[in-house]
Design a protein around this ligand. Structure first.
Ligand SMILES: [Fe+2]
Length: 210
């Protein structure tokens, strides 16, 4: 980058930090006022959709996916409160990725700056009494794409599938930072097994603190 490009990039970073901070201030207030319910998460989604609509704050040059179309995600930490609360990440994935069905054990809201990510949300048919077994079926499919997001309660189970033609740049907000969640589970709808969800997946790849 030449000097004027460096200056422009730092200007975008400053405007992004201000917009992120103001958005999280409003989200923090919503949760404090109303607790964690589906209607609360819909209000949080509305705040994140307004942030994601400012595409110029999240340029692909600053938030690239893994190089050469590789699998996996680049996860950029945008902001996190003390105590690891209200963690906001930008996830950049190439088309062709997917995850196993999993839970989060904290609330989550995901919206798109760019790119498409098909979310399958599962309904649990068993009563959860056996910690190693499950019976699932797809309840709903939601395409997270610009203008559209998804809200997940702590116990909700979803899988993601980046089916679009361009890399994703999606904002993921969690009630508690991913690296603090140590009891997440992966669910296999075909075999009915429940296993620990891959912890490596939870570490931010870029921008992690400490
Ligand atoms: Fe997830």
């Amino acid at each position: 980058m030449n000097a004027s490009e460096v200056s422009a990039a730092s200007d975008v970073a400053a405007r992004r930090a201000a917009a992120v901070s103001a958005t999280v201030d409003r989200i923090r207030a919503i949760e404090a006022r109303e607790g964690v319910t589906r209607p609360t998460l819909e209000k949080i989604r509305a705040e994140l959709l307004k942030l994601a609509a400012q595409e110029q704050l999240f340029p692909s040059s600053q938030f690239p996916p893994p190089p050469n179309g590789e699998k996996g995600s680049n996860r950029y930490l945008l902001q996190e409160d003390a105590g690891n609360r209200f963690a906001l990440y930008l996830n950049a994935l190439n088309p062709g990725n997917e995850t196993k069905p999993h839970d989060h054990t904290t609330w989550a809201v995901v919206v798109a700056v760019d790119g498409q990510e098909l979310n399958k949300v599962y309904e649990r048919l068993d009563n959860g009494s056996d910690p190693n077994r499950c019976e699932l079926r797809v309840r709903e499919e939601i395409m997270v794409e610009p203008g559209r997001g998804i809200c997940l309660m702590p116990e909700d189970i979803h899988s993601i599938h980046t089916t679009g033609s361009v890399p994703t740049r999606h904002l993921h907000m969690y009630g508690l930072a991913l690296e603090k969640l140590d009891d997440r589970k992966a669910y296999d709808p075909a075999t009915g097994t429940v296993t620990a969800y891959n912890r490596n997946f939870m570490k931010p790849t870029v921008g992690a603190k400490g």
